[in-house]
Design a protein around this ligand. Structure first.
Ligand code: UD1
Length: 441
């Protein structure tokens, strides 16, 4: 197993190219199952999660050619050979659940291993299943598998258009809509018979990326807002055709490098990023005192001679402050001047990085109810720490970049799931970080 050794104290300067959004690509690749024609995706990042999804798609009969150097992927599923998504692959990556909607849409049947809970929360898929049922599917759980069957007419199984209204749930007074549930609902409905209306649908940019690609494939999907409720309306079509599509830039990768610049009092130009999808996060960075200048294809983060100010953060869904940027931004707050209060609202267990930061000298108190108080300290100190998930791993690297002495980060495989060339990029920006091999597993 690899680990990272980071010697803190170098400020990061230079430029970095942002790749396609991991969360988008996973949706788009799953959605290619909806057509028998070849598909070409551009701007596909080289990540281990993408490889996991390739393994899953191969199971269904998809042939995949991946030109990693040029970030181009060709996918072709002329026929679906099996509708089973096995436990061995689904357990590695929760986003495997996206194949449920695509298989139900194309074949009218699916057998997908039910993803369990994960380190950041229970993450049930009950709402995904309700969406399938709203389109006429019979859903049962058999031996750990979600087994779905669309109604059959003259021997052909096809979902029926309907109203999907339960994508939202309320948690401590906050309305949370499901991103993944929205993806599955859209994928399932594009080939359903008749019209589908999906209420309380997620408005995250990656869901728009999926809608845009599906429309390019011949789907008929439109967005509207009715009485304050976000709606997607879909006219089912008989079939979809292949197309070429370029994945949107990863706002979370861009945000992570922005925090790294802020943390190390550096100045980084972030290229190929879309600032229009990052407003809330960038506003918080500005509030902390960091200078942000938009460029033609991204932005410059300048934190030279800046004393970082404390900023309160309440996570919420898009266009609010993203849960996937919470741990990185709060790592910055751990060395800010003053006290910051964090409230996480989307996932119930997303403060796992806190004890690790405390081991590095941060002053953080969990107040309960997913709230924490960060009192900025003058210095962090290198220590052995452990990544518990993708974003916490990136956050601990960022902490190590300013910590005095040596930080050893374990379980770095989490980072390879979502950041292409993370170590190489940080080194090119001036960081002292290397990948080493652990003797003991
Ligand atoms: C996606 C993203 C993840 C991001 C999250 C919120 C991918 C691969 N993952 O995750 O990076 O942090 O959106 O922006 O794109 N819930 C239910 N029942 C369900 C589904 C969800 O109760 O059937 C709950 C979840 O436990 C969570 C909340 O709804 O508390 C939001 O989860 P959801 O939006 O579904 O997150 P993901 O799609 O899993």
């Amino acid at each position: 197993m690899n680990y990272f050794k980071i010697i803190g104290g170098k400020s990061l300067n230079g430029s970095v190219n942002i790749r396609g959004a991991k969360n988008s690509v996973l949706e788009l690749m799953s959605a290619t199952l909806l057509t028998a024609e070849p598909m070409i995706l551009h701007n596909v990042p080289n990540l281990s999660d993408i490889q996991t999804l390739i393994d899953l798609l191969s199971n269904f009969g998809t042939s995949v050619e991946w030109d990693k150097e040029n970030h181009i992927m060709k996918l072709h599923t002329p026929v679906i050979k099996s509708v089973k998504a096995p436990y061995e692959i689904v357990k590695k990556m929760r986003a495997s659940i996206y194949v449920l909607g695509a298989l139900m849409g194309r074949c009218g049947e699916a057998k997908v291993s039910s993803p369990g809970g994960c380190v950041i929360g229970q993450r049930p898929v009950n709402i995904h299943l309700l969406a399938m049922e709203a389109l006429g599917a019979k859903i049962e759980i058999h031996h750990g598998y979600i087994v779905g069957e669309a109604p059959s007419m003259n021997g052909v199984r096809r979902l029926q258009g309907g109203i999907i209204s339960g994508l939202v749930r309320h948690q401590n007074g906050v309305a949370i809509t499901t991103h993944g549930g929205s993806v599955n609902a859209i994928e399932a409905a594009v080939l359903a018979e008749g019209e589908t209306v999906i209420e309380y649908v997620s408005i995250e940019p990656e869901v728009d990326d999926l809608i845009n690609m599906l429309n390019k494939m011949g789907a008929k999907i439109s967005r509207e807002i009715k009485d304050g409720v976000n709606i997607v309306r879909i006219q089912g079509v008989e079939k979809l055709h292949g197309c070429e599509y370029s994945v949107m830039p990863d706002r979370l990768e861009a945000g992570t490098y922005a925090v790294a610049a802020a943390m190390t009092s550096g100045c980084i130009e972030i290229c190929n990023a879309d600032v229009s999808k990052m407003e809330n996060f960038l506003d918080k960075l500005k509030e902390a005192g960091v200078k942000i200048t938009n460029t033609d294809n991204g932005f410059i983060v300048d934190a030279r001679n800046v004393k970082i100010k404390s900023v309160n953060v309440e996570v919420s869904q898009y266009p609010g402050f993203p849960t996937d940027m919470q741990s990185q931004f709060m790592t910055l707050m751990s060395i800010a001047d003053g006290v910051s209060i964090l409230k996480e609202t989307v996932f119930e267990n997303r403060l796992m990085y806190v004890p690790e930061l405390v081991r590095m000298g941060a002053d953080i108190r969990i107040l309960g109810d997913n709230t924490a108080k960060f009192t900025g300290v003058k210095k962090l100190y290198g220590a052995d720490v452990m990544a518990s998930d993708l974003r916490s791993g990136a956050s601990l690297v960022i902490a190590g970049l300013v910590a005095e002495g040596e930080t050893i980060l374990h379980r770095v495989y989490h980072i390879y799931r979502g950041y292409e060339n993370f170590v190489e990029n940080l080194r090119s920006l001036g960081a002292n970080i290397e990948v080493l091999k652990e003797d003991i597993e």
